[in-house]
Design a protein around this ligand. Structure first.
Ligand code: ATP
Length: 361
């Protein structure tokens, strides 16, 4: 177990927080309680208000409504340095003229931490991010991943109550991003630091977080565990963001309890009625590419289609197939297909999520 350990809190409550820039509301009525030790990801596309939420927590942006409480004590009027939070940004923000060791120890010097304790804590942070061998180097002599490790070490060495991370991996190449993702998860497991992590990458959020908060245009759409958000997206928007890449325009033919039969030109599917839609309603049937399989003629819940594009992805192929009505479907399959193949694409009814069509709910 590490010697670095944060002063734990029980509960951080973001109480109906709002932030507007002039007429534009970047964050609308955000209400969320984060428990000590939790790893929470704020997830959404560019402009949805993730950084605004993080900056409100950090104290870099004043709120225009609501309040923030840490264990019942109001903190949203405190300046950033009095909140005891650590920040890790996308662009590292290291001091170029200082060695790795001095970059990491800088905050401790500023806080007048005694020399022997400072040396011990910097050594521990260097060990945690596996940079002992690079302690004497300057940032320009490090790779992007190593620089990001320094930025993380610099935050955790201060033993912050809460670590705020804003897209910390987005400047790294794909392989390094995966490596650092595991590193961040490992550090969280070792230190148990409460973390709020901003990302637009759903895979990163699913891999790292205990809970996900999905945002859209400043509004929270869903809060849940990775399993909940992945398997039971709250609405059409969250489904689209969580990898339900096929959004097939359909009309409800018959509704029976939680189940629904939908139709479109050349197809009929049974799915889960997620918006409680009645017969006749315009809808979309959301299906993940990997939930389709290539089936024989006698299988239920199939869509006839013609294969148009086939991409090689090792064990799998990524296929674009065209329906008779003209719509293109995205399919991931281990079946070997070729352009021109006539196929029946099967999908289990529970993997077809039927939501109200945009503008009709
Ligand atoms: P990104 O991933 O691109 O950083 P984000 O989800 O973090 O996006 P925010 O940076 O929080 O989004 O921005 C939310 C909205 O608020 C955007 O529409 C943005 O244009 C607006 N906004 C953010 N900061 C300001 C500002 N200082 N003045 C005016 N509008 C702002």
């Amino acid at each position: 177990m590490s010697e670095l350990g944060a002063e734990r809190f029980a509960e951080l409550h973001i109480d109906h927080v709002r932030r507007a820039f002039g007429d534009h509301v970047a964050l609308r009525d955000m209400d969320l309680t984060i428990k000590g030790g939790e790893f929470v990801a704020l997830l959404g596309p560019s402009g949805c208000g993730k950084s605004t939420a993080l900056n409100c927590l950090a104290g870099l942006l004043p709120l225009t409504g609501g309040a923030i409480f840490l264990d019942g004590k109001r903190i949203d009027q405190l300046p950033p340095e009095r909140r005891g939070f650590g920040m890790v940004f996308q662009n590292y923000a290291l001091f170029p003229h200082m060695s790795v060791r001095r970059n990491i120890g800088f905050g401790l010097s500023m806080r007048k931490v005694p020399r022997t304790e400072r040396i011990r804590r910097v050594a521990e942070a260097l060990r945690l991010v596996q940079l002992e061998a690079h302690a004497h180097k300057f940032p320009a002599q490090l790779s992007g991943g190593q620089q990001q490790r320094v930025a993380i070490a610099r935050a955790i060495v201060l033993e912050p109550r809460l670590v705020l991370m804003d897209e910390p991996l987005s400047n790294l190449d794909a392989a390094l991003r995966l490596e650092m993702r595991t590193e961040i998860r490992r550090l969280h497991q070792t230190l148990g630091l409460t973390t709020v992590y901003v990302t637009h990458d759903q895979e990163e959020a699913l891999a790292l977080a205990d809970r996900l908060v999905v945002l859209r245009e400043g509004e929270v759409q869903q809060v849940g565990s990775p399993e909940e958000v992945y398997a039971h997206p709250a609405n059409r928007y969250v489904a689209g963001f969580m990898g339900y890449r096929n959004m097939i325009p359909v009309a409800v033919h018959a509704a029976h309890g939680d189940s629904v039969t939908v139709r479109a030109d050349g197809l009929e599917l049974v799915g889960a009625n997620r918006d409680d839609l009645p017969a006749g309603h315009d809808a979309v049937a959301a299906v993940r590419p990997e939930d389709f399989s290539v089936a024989g003629a006698d299988v239920e819940n199939t869509i006839p289609a013609t294969v148009e594009i086939v991409e090689y992805h090792g064990r799998e192929q990524v296929v674009e197939a065209r329906l008779s009505g003209g719509l293109a479907l995205h399919v991931r399959t281990t079946s070997r297909l070729a352009p021109g193949d006539e196929v029946r694409l099967a999908v289990p009814p529970e993997r077809v999520l039927v939501f109200a069509a945009e503008g009709s709910s």
